[in-house]
Design a protein around this ligand. Structure first.
Ligand SMILES: Cc1cc2nc3c(=O)[nH]c(=O)nc-3n(C[C@H](O)[C@H](O)[C@H](O)COP(=O)(O)OP(=O)(O)OC[C@H]3O[C@@H](n4cnc5c(N)ncnc54)[C@H](O)[C@@H]3O)c2cc1C
Ligand code: FES
Length: 275
């Protein structure tokens, strides 16, 4: 693998909201215009914060969906007060953005096709990788809760989709079940040579992605969306347990999701310390 694509330096931007609208029942697409050109690598994230009285001590980390020229795009779900306030922003509102932060997904190894698995709000980093590196022989899968949860206007036509529950009238091409089952079924039908796996979404999806990769002896990289505080390595609020260094007496070593991640080689993570 080539795990070290060249990084864009992080900086603080002032940003104006261009649009902030739902693209499915649960997902909101936020488009910002920054006060300077914004660059990033797929898998990196930014800390978004408000201005004025709404400003938080810590911003909220969101993976970068797209960024070109002055535009920066995100996709998020409302889970608490920060994302609820975010959902109330309207065009012309101002906010701040610190980024791009963190370690990106690796570039494509020359001789391998990609197998991409994303679930829910895990879509942005995986879709960003596809937009930059995807090719016809890659396979990409996205899973939502139900048909209304699928952000169809953002999903490329080549992606296959699964939903947890099928209802009357749902598109029959949708796979009923979880993303890893969809991937297994499709890969078994189409066959696969040398590949590598990239994944972002709930922890159970990341673990299943790793199992799939292990069965085929493929490399697997996952983006961990741990809870965060500062976003820059100071508070240690985002620890991810990794395999110990050789000869270390410790059963694991602590990495930070914000600086050492959010993308990790799935084989480096001590999964039974997380789940
Ligand atoms: C590197 C990274 C990338 C992320 N990318 C995205 C993204 O692209 N889109 C998106 O919607 N979300 C993403 N998240 C999660 C997002 O940061 C949180 O949902 C958000 O910070 C919650 O803020 P809040 O104030 O609304 O909720 P809070 O009031 O802080 O929390 C509300 C509830 O959500 C839970 N929660 C908070 N943070 C997380 C988290 N990281 N993972 C799971 N549960 C959490 C809390 O335990 C609580 O139950 C990412 C997180 C990280 C670390
Ligand atoms: S969020 Fe503070 S160390 Fe990672």
């Amino acid at each position: 693998m080539n795990p070290s694509p060249s990084m864009v330096p992080a900086r603080q931007y002032r940003a104006t909201v261009l649009s902030n609208r739902p693209v499915s029942t649960g997902l909101i697409h936020l488009v910002l215009e920054c006060d300077a050109p914004f660059g990033f690598l797929p898998g990196q994230f930014a800390m978004l914060n408000f201005t004025g009285a709404q400003r938080r001590t810590f911003g909220r980390p969101l993976s970068i969906l797209a960024g070109e020229g002055l535009r920066a795009e995100f996709l998020y779900r409302v889970v608490g007060s920060g994302t609820a306030d975010l959902s109330r922003l309207v065009p012309e509102d101002e906010m701040t953005l610190l980024g791009p932060l963190g370690t990106p997904f690796p570039d494509r190894p020359e001789d391998r096709d990609a197998v991409l698995l994303a679930g829910g709000v895990g879509l942005p980093p995986v879709l960003a990788w596809w937009d930059r590196h995807g090719r016809e022989t890659d396979r990409a899968y996205f899973g939502g809760r139900d048909a209304g949860d699928l952000p169809r206007e953002l999903l490329p036509a080549a992606w296959k989709m699964s939903i947890d529950r099928r209802q009357d009238g749902d598109d029959e091409r949708l796979f009923e079940g979880r993303v890893p089952e969809l991937a297994r079924t499709d890969l078994a039908a189409t066959g696969r040579g040398k590949s590598f796996v990239l994944s972002c979404g709930p922890l159970l999806l990341l673990q299943a992605a790793r199992r799939l990769a292990t069965e085929h002896d493929w490399p697997c990289f996952v983006s961990m969306e741990e809870h965060m505080g500062c976003g820059y390595g100071a508070c240690k609020g985002c620890v991810v347990p990794l395999q110990p260094q050789p000869d270390s007496p410790d059963p694991w070593r602590n990495a930070t999701c914000c600086q050492d991640g959010p993308v990790f080689d799935a084989d480096d993570i001590v999964w039974n310390r997380i789940l």
